[in-house]
Design a protein around this ligand. Structure first.
Ligand SMILES: NC(=O)C1=CN([C@@H]2O[C@H](COP(=O)(O)OP(=O)(O)OC[C@H]3O[C@@H](n4cnc5c(N)ncnc54)[C@H](OP(=O)(O)O)[C@@H]3O)[C@@H](O)[C@H]2O)C=CC1
Ligand SMILES: Cc1cn([C@H]2C[C@H](O)[C@@H](COP(=O)(O)OP(=O)(O)O[C@H]3O[C@@H](C)C(=O)[C@@H](O)[C@H]3O)O2)c(=O)[nH]c1=O
Ligand SMILES: [Mg+2]
Length: 297
């Protein structure tokens, strides 16, 4: 089996290059070799590579910047996945694509299921929704995996931002009225490998159906709770990191103005993924500890 990964230098893309190895030949392309801001180049690239599976881990993920660059974000997150999907259809390949909790407005009280209505409140969310719609319209075999609050030992993410700020400042203020589940890129990649193996088995048996699945850590918190857990875990897992921070104040989002609005509820139900692929993701606290232990090494 030949698997083509886009966004090879991203949090998830980096982990995929390792996690997919047991499944076959992995060709992991970074932005330089596969640029989603030029969707018109993708059909030829896929035809030439002739993969059995395409895993699209490339995305425009700068949520605040997307407010002033919505056209570019939409090209990368909307138009390009549509082109990959049409190329996947032509090649008879399976497309795995990642989406986000930010397709929701966050007004639901419980966890969102895959059947809940979408209503993005920011440009990034609209661009990611455009990608989902374009993929569905292509008719290729696909699985769209919605994840949330991704972190990893490398790359840009909230954990690394908190470790940097916590080493610089004594007091931090962090939003406490946005709720979700931090998800480790490694767990996403490992789950993806398991999902691909299951999906390819289904496709061989003629039992495959394309679909949408939530893929997030078990448990929930808010950004303030996550920040406090980062510092508590770092104090034991990363003792050599001199943390200055002594106060982490919980604040409402209204006291932390940002260009992009963010949903208050980002919690996603994990039931559909468990039922189809038998995957139960670990609690976010366990993933955080393992990630920080890795940072220490
Ligand atoms: N990060 C998060 O919190 C969440 C992410 N997701 C989704 O999960 C998926 C993986 O995200 P994640 O790994 O966290 O994101 P990252 O931001 O860590 O990685 C995204 C990668 O995409 C690459 N990229 C950006 N623009 C282009 C382009 N024009 N052409 C090709 N590659 C490009 C970046 O390249 P470069 O390294 O050169 O900048 C980067 O390597 C995405 O679909 C994202 O929308 C969903 C929920 C939460
Ligand atoms: C740095 C900082 C952030 N915050 C707040 C801002 C925001 O509400 C929250 C998280 O900030 P971030 O900018 O890290 O989060 P953000 O970039 O919005 O994260 C999102 O990224 C995209 C790609 C997704 O798909 C989402 O699932 C989600 O992970 O923390 C504070 O309250 N205090 C701080 O010091
Ligand atoms: Mg961000």
């Amino acid at each position: 089996m030949k698997l083509l990964v886009t966004g090879a230098n991203g949090q998830v893309g980096w982990e995929l290059a390792r996690a997919l190895m047991p499944l076959g030949e992995v060709v992991a392309l970074d932005r330089r070799r596969c640029d989603l801001s030029h969707p018109e180049t993708l059909a030829a690239l896929i035809a030439e590579q002739a993969p059995d599976v395409i895993v699209n881990a490339a995305a425009y993920t700068a949520v605040d910047k997307a407010e002033s660059e919505e056209a570019l974000a939409t090209t990368i997150n909307g138009t390009a996945p549509g082109e990959l999907a049409r190329a996947a259809k032509a090649a008879g390949a399976l497309l795995i694509h990642y989406s986000t909790d930010y397709v929701f407005d966050g007004t639901k009280s419980g966890p969102y299921t895959e059947d809940d209505a979408v209503a993005p409140v920011n440009a990034y969310g609209r661009s990611k929704l455009a990608g989902e719609v374009a993929i569905r319209a292509s008719g290729c075999d696909h699985l769209i995996l919605r994840t949330t609050w991704v972190f990893a030992a490398r790359g840009g993410n909230f954990v690394r931002t908190m470790l940097r700020l916590g080493a610089e400042r004594e007091a931090l203020r962090v939003v406490a009225d946005q709720h979700g589940a931090p998800t480790w890129a490694r767990n996403i990649a490992d789950a993806t490998a398991h999902i691909i193996a299951g999906a390819q088995r289904e496709r061989r048996e003629g039992a495959f159906a394309s679909g949408l699945f939530n893929l997030t850590s078990a448990g929930e918190t808010n950004w303030h709770g996550f920040a406090e857990a980062v510092f508590a875990t770092a104090r034991s897992a990363l003792p050599e990191l001199a943390l200055k921070v002594t106060s982490v104040e919980p604040i409402p989002a209204s006291a932390y103005p940002t260009p992009a609005a963010r949903p208050a509820n980002s919690r996603l139900s994990a039931d559909r993924l468990a039922a189809r692929f038998g995957i139960v993701m670990p609690p976010w606290q366990d993933a955080l500890r393992r990630c920080l232990e890795e940072l220490a090494r």
